[in-house]
Design a protein around this ligand. Structure first.
Ligand SMILES: Cc1cc2nc3c(=O)[nH]c(=O)nc-3n(C[C@H](O)[C@H](O)[C@H](O)COP(=O)(O)O)c2cc1C
Length: 230
């Protein structure tokens, strides 16, 4: 069950939990994760590395679905503090990191509770999902993930109330760590599937404007994923 608070959060980022269509983009219902694919965790750790040369070849739909689930999907209906649990830990289970993804077709929001990609803005904005100066590097990657912290979700957590959740410096440490945990899942998933991944900066002001974010949403990083150039 999704709590009222999480439903409200989803509405606040202008996203419907049902079907959304933006221009010619529709919501994409992802496939259930297949858990028997890929290498062992230890082999994936052994092979984890940043690969910046990424081809334009698109991922099969099952692989794409597994990628989002591995990153920060729901892996328990009943997690800490009465809300679903996710594949990546967050402070007080606040689940404050929103995962967006820039594809050739547009930017989508990953609604983990329904395992659906919801369109947010149409058009190829993959160059905004990387730091200024690196726009043309690996720019053919089919997916660029974008990490955005919703600081309001930390301040108003339904998890364990502790003073740090109201302190901007401690909030910052939490949302950077929570981003890193998701990014590590993505790196390991990529290694396990023989994919390339590359964690990097992004054009924060450009994405703030395009995604029409609130001032308490912080654009943090990007991460490109695709097949390595042979
Ligand atoms: C917080 C952070 C920010 C990063 N930013 C960039 C970046 O803007 N551009 C880039 O090319 N690589 C970036 N990287 C990738 C690192 O350069 C890379 O992880 C590091 O050289 C180690 O290489 P490895 O991942 O293959 O072990 C970043 C990595 C981290 C953890």
């Amino acid at each position: 069950m999704i709590t009222e608070r999480l439903k409200k959060d989803l509405r606040e980022v202008s996203l419907s939990v049902n079907s959304v269509s933006i221009k010619n983009l529709q919501s994409i219902v992802l496939l259930k994760p297949k858990l028997d694919n890929g290498k062992s965790v230890l082999k994936a750790i052994h092979q984890r590395k940043t690969i910046r040369e990424i081809s334009d070849k698109k991922l099969p739909f099952q692989t794409l679905s597994n990628l989002f689930w591995a990153a920060c999907g729901v892996n328990r209906k009943k997690g800490p503090f009465g809300i679903p649990g996710r594949t990546a830990a967050t402070a007080s289970n606040s689940q404050e990191i929103d995962l967006y993804a820039a594809f050739q077709e547009g930017i989508y929001y990953y609604d983990a509770f329904h395992h659906v990609l919801v369109p947010v803005v149409a058009g190829d904005m993959r160059k905004l999902a990387i730091g200024p100066g690196q726009e043309n590097f690996g720019d053919k990657a089919p997916i660029r993930l974008i990490y955005i912290a919703d600081v309001n979700r930390l301040s108003n957590t339904s998890g364990y109330q502790e003073p740090g959740l109201q302190d901007p410096e401690i909030q910052k440490s939490y949302y950077y760590i929570d981003t890193g945990l998701i990014a590590a899942n993505v790196y390991l998933f990529a290694a396990s599937e023989g994919l390339a991944s590359w964690f990097h900066n992004c054009n924060k002001s450009g994405l703030m404007a395009k995604l029409n974010l609130r001032s308490d949403q912080q654009v943090l990083f990007g991460q490109s994923v695709g097949y390595p150039v042979k």
